[in-house]
Design a protein around this ligand. Structure first.
Ligand code: AMP
Ligand code: MG
Length: 436
């Protein structure tokens, strides 16, 4: 079934007033992830998506070991009540096995990470014992097995340590290193081509003529894509001229899994972008009930066929590329990218559905006007004072004002149904920076 037909089946989806949630859900429902895999050295896997399960080849930890610095002993030697005196007969260091035998009323000094000597089932931390010559006095109340990390406690041999679809962050790099993985299988990178449209646009490095503006969208888009680990293909500025635009669309679709454009999809805009998109593929034009970022096109460029999902493998048999036609205004581009494109690209990269970047509550320090019926993404500054997180807008909120996007550290997300915000009301914020 065609994209248009599938969209039309959703009776409550109105292209002239699509909610953010509806748009997100529809896009997700259409995409199929890339499947081509490659082996890369562990460090190169950062930011990529695991293509096969990583099975633990051995137990982690591989051996029982002490969790603390202290004394390793046999629980059976401890008095039922009161203190116990034990003779210290040696030391077990991390990486060096204590080979001797521990007899009745004996113990061994042990360091964190060292293997408990044979027969020792308990470690008493050094802070609670009293030293007396070559003896230690152990207080009552020691639990059998305490302070010993058991072999396989973190990961059992033969069990999956990480599942395919996991986005590889620093913790995953460390985990795979702990399993001795020098190389891992990941999905290939997504190839994303992008260009800007508009006769008023000038590329940096060229002096501005009257009425021109520098093209900033290609730089924000470059940054956002690079951070996601995509292979980027910058096709420059394309004039509002049908032949040039058509060539750009064709080149982009032939070279990439995803094509991102900015500009030319505005309501009632008398230019060539919309008809060309429609002619070269199957494209839905939406007015999303959001601010900024209202007009957006989503669809496919090129013929449908074996390349469903934009992934025809490494050969030249890719049949279609996904298209995101973003609005022209610089902040609208970023809002639409973060709310729709990022999510879609992660899905196409093969990543398991991630929990959406969480929304956190904060107290609004200012009143904000809003009418119900659309979602607003205000650029905000979240700060902490007097034990409370509060937020205020980061300056002028015009959809072309990149300065306030740069000053902001979060989006203030004013939900679809919400009306105006009063000082002191709780609002939801979406942080720009994640920790990992
Ligand atoms: P459009 O959606 O093409 O009507 O563009 C909306 C507004 O965004 C206009 O003021 C454009 O000049 C501006 N704009 C469009 N593309 C870019 C770009 N690549 N860089 C900076 N501003 C842009
Ligand atoms: Mg334009």
């Amino acid at each position: 079934m065609s994209l248009t037909a599938r969209f039309s089946c959703l009776s409550d989806y109105d292209p002239d007033a699509l909610s953010v949630e509806q748009a997100r859900a529809f896009i997700r429902s259409q995409l199929t992830p890339v499947r081509t895999q490659e082996r890369v050295a562990l460090r190169s896997a950062l930011g990529r998506v695991l293509a096969s399960d990583v099975i633990a080849p051995f137990n982690v930890p591989a051996h029982d070991n002490s969790a603390m610095d202290g004394y390793a002993l046999r629980q059976a030697d401890l008095a039922g009540s009161g203190e116990t005196r034990l003779r210290v007969i040696g030391t077990a260091l991390a990486g060096k096995v204590f080979a001797g035998a521990v007899g009745t009323a004996e113990c061994v000094r042990i360091m964190t990470g060292a293997l408990p000597p044979a027969g020792c089932d308990t470690v008493v931390i050094q802070e609670v014992v009293e030293l007396d010559g070559d003896q230690v006095i152990v207080p009552a109340g020691q639990r059998a097995g305490q302070n010993i990390r058991l072999a396989g406690e973190d990961l059992a041999a033969g069990k999956p340590a990480l599942a395919a679809g996991r986005l590889i962050r620093p913790a995953e790099l460390g985990l795979m290193a702990s399993l001795g993985c020098a190389e891992v299988s990941v999905y290939r990178r997504l190839r994303v081509a992008f260009f800007s449209t508009g006769d008023e646009l000038c590329s940096i490095g060229t002096p501005l003529a009257d009425g021109e503006v520098y093209d900033s969208n290609r730089y924000t888009i470059f940054g956002m894509l690079t951070r996601l680990g995509c292979e980027v293909l910058d096709l420059g500025v394309v004039r509002d001229d049908p032949a040039t635009l058509e060539a750009a669309f064709r080149a982009a679709a032939a070279a990439a899994d995803v094509v991102i454009t900015s500009g030319g999809v505005s309501v009632g805009e008398a230019d060539f972008v919309k008809p060309l998109m429609a002619q070269l593929g199957e494209v839905l034009f939406w007015k999303i009930a959001m601010k900024p970022g209202r007009p957006m096109a989503f669809g496919r460029l090129g013929a449908r066929g074996g390349g469903e999902g934009g992934d025809g493998g490494e050969g030249g048999d890719r049949h279609a590329a996904w298209l995101f036609g973003l609005p022209g205004n610089p902040v609208a581009v970023m809002a639409a990218f973060y709310q729709f494109v990022r999510d879609a690209l992660q899905l196409l990269m093969g990543a398991n559905p991630l929990p959406r970047v969480p929304l956190l509550p904060a107290v609004s320090r200012v009143a904000m006007k809003k009418a119900p019926g659309r979602t607003e993404f205000q650029r905000g500054i979240l700060s902490h004072a007097d034990g409370q997180w509060s937020v205020r807008p980061a300056g002028a909120q015009g959809s072309g004002v990149l300065r306030s996007m740069s000053d902001a550290n979060c989006f203030i997300v004013l939900e679809h149904e919400r009306g105006s915000v009063a000082v002191g009301d709780t609002v939801q914020v979406q942080l720009f920076d994640g920790l990992v």
